[in-house]
Design a protein around this ligand. Sequence first.
Ligand SMILES: Cc1cc2nc3c(=O)[nH]c(=O)nc-3n(C[C@H](O)[C@H](O)[C@H](O)COP(=O)(O)OP(=O)(O)OC[C@H]3O[C@@H](n4cnc5c(N)ncnc54)[C@H](O)[C@@H]3O)c2cc1C
Ligand code: FES
Length: 499
Amino acid sequence: MMTTNRSVWHATATSPEYDAIGRDQHCDVLVVGGGVIGLTTALYLQQEGTDVVLLEAARIGARTSGNTTGKVTSQHGAIYASLVDRHGRHKAGQYASANQGAVEQIALLVDRLGIECELTRGPSFVYSASNLQREADVAWDLGLPAQLAGPDETGLPGQGTSAVRFDDQVMLHPVRYLAGLARAFIEAGGRIYEHSRVTDLDPTDDRVEALTAVGPRVSAAHAVVATLLPIGTLGGYFARTRPNQSHGIAVRLPVEAPAGMTISADAPVRSTRPWPGGGPNGLIVVGGGHETGAEQDTDAAYRSLIEWVGSLWNTDVQPDYRWSAEDYSTPDLLPYVGKSPGSPILIATGMNKWGLTNGTVAAGILRDTVLGRNNPWSELYDASRIGDAHAVAELIKDNLKVGKEFTAGHLRRILGRGLDHVEVGEGGLYDLDGKTVGAYCDHDGRLHTVVPVCTHLGCPLRWNQGDTTWDCNCHGSRFAPDGSVLDGPATTPLAKPDE
Ligand SMILES: Cc1cc2nc3c(=O)[nH]c(=O)nc-3n(C[C@H](O)[C@H](O)[C@H](O)COP(=O)(O)OP(=O)(O)OC[C@H]3O[C@@H](n4cnc5c(N)ncnc54)[C@H](O)[C@@H]3O)c2cc1C
Ligand code: FES
């Protein structure tokens, strides 16, 4: 069987479709972005009698949320000892309660709304070559269902010498879950418009006006931006986060797959869970993480996952599906959720690859902020915090360095290759009449050319052959071969060489 370059979730479920926005709209709350955060926030608010419009640039769940591992767990790697060290026991305990609460909240939503999303419960393991006794003790002390486990319990042959087990965690089919949230939101009276990218947000007096790429505008009393990273330069979050891309494969093992969820605490990170659609031997493996736009050979990330499976089970595997997605990390391991500094607009970003639970916590904070209520977690996730000043300063320095180094490397690689060198199925940087252009030749032989300069803040782009996308290492914008935006902060497509 050939490998399909698509997430196993998107390939095995269809989401409801919604029209693009056709005329100007008024509402109480505008939610921008139809991932887990946008959809959960929109549903929560609509259920409270608020009139909500949700604008989605592509399709519901199309980007990161629909490409996750589908783990709903408070076990975010071996994070709890680090959280106590950095933030103290009180805040670490708040993080633990918020996320364990989100596991149960998601299970409750699935049950109450009757969402068919293959929800199952099982243990989650984090394992390491180092002793995880302290992580187990700290997590238990913070009230989590944690205990030290033998590495054999993970079901992964020969991995680690120590493990921590969290009981009664949840796995689900993320695309089906998101489709269920969208249906429930519509049934509660909400409005969703797909293919309606927001290009700008203009706060005036007591309202916010959103401009869309398709023309009509939305005027709202409140705006929530849940676009993975806030669009444009809103709140300066592009300089306070780093974009990380991870890769996933769905494979069939020669033996029954491990029944629980697993993740390595050591690098390279490998995250697994059963793949119900692949039968008893079906396994999903996610890893191969790197900063978006930083890798020369993106195919290597997929190969490394396949080789890892091959070495554990002494077999040759060919994945049924492979895909990638990105998420943003913060310098202090905590997401940013709430009011963006100096603006009435609300945001949620920096989920550190745990946005199914963190994003559900975020939705509760956003709902309560809009409704003027207290929320127990809003201070912990405060979007305007400076946090650990040293860590933030390091991150801003990294952000600046990335732009500079990337520019130098980028220019060196393009010398001497004319457009006639583009092979079918390949892309990269080429020379066109002395100018550098980006080009990709699709499998029908059509040549797509773009100006390979990011429309966010002008960084040069790197071609990602593994996923056939143009990626920006500065702040994580990604573009399709024809130049259309896949992930932003960017909101406008790449220019064409003749423009
Ligand atoms: C490979 C991978 C696996 C992961 N696995 C897990 C897991 O198992 N469990 C877990 O808890 N977390 C996991 N995560 C993290 C989690 O998926 C993310 O934190 C979460 O999905 C982020 O949700 P979001 O709503 O912010 O983003 P998204 O799902 O990306 O949603 C943002 C939406 O906004 C839209 N948008 C963007 N710009 C605009 C615009 N200008 N106008 C209108 N719409 C716009 C996008 O099209 C998109 O649909 C994983 C992450 C990765 C990368
Ligand atoms: S994402 Fe900021 S310059 Fe590309």
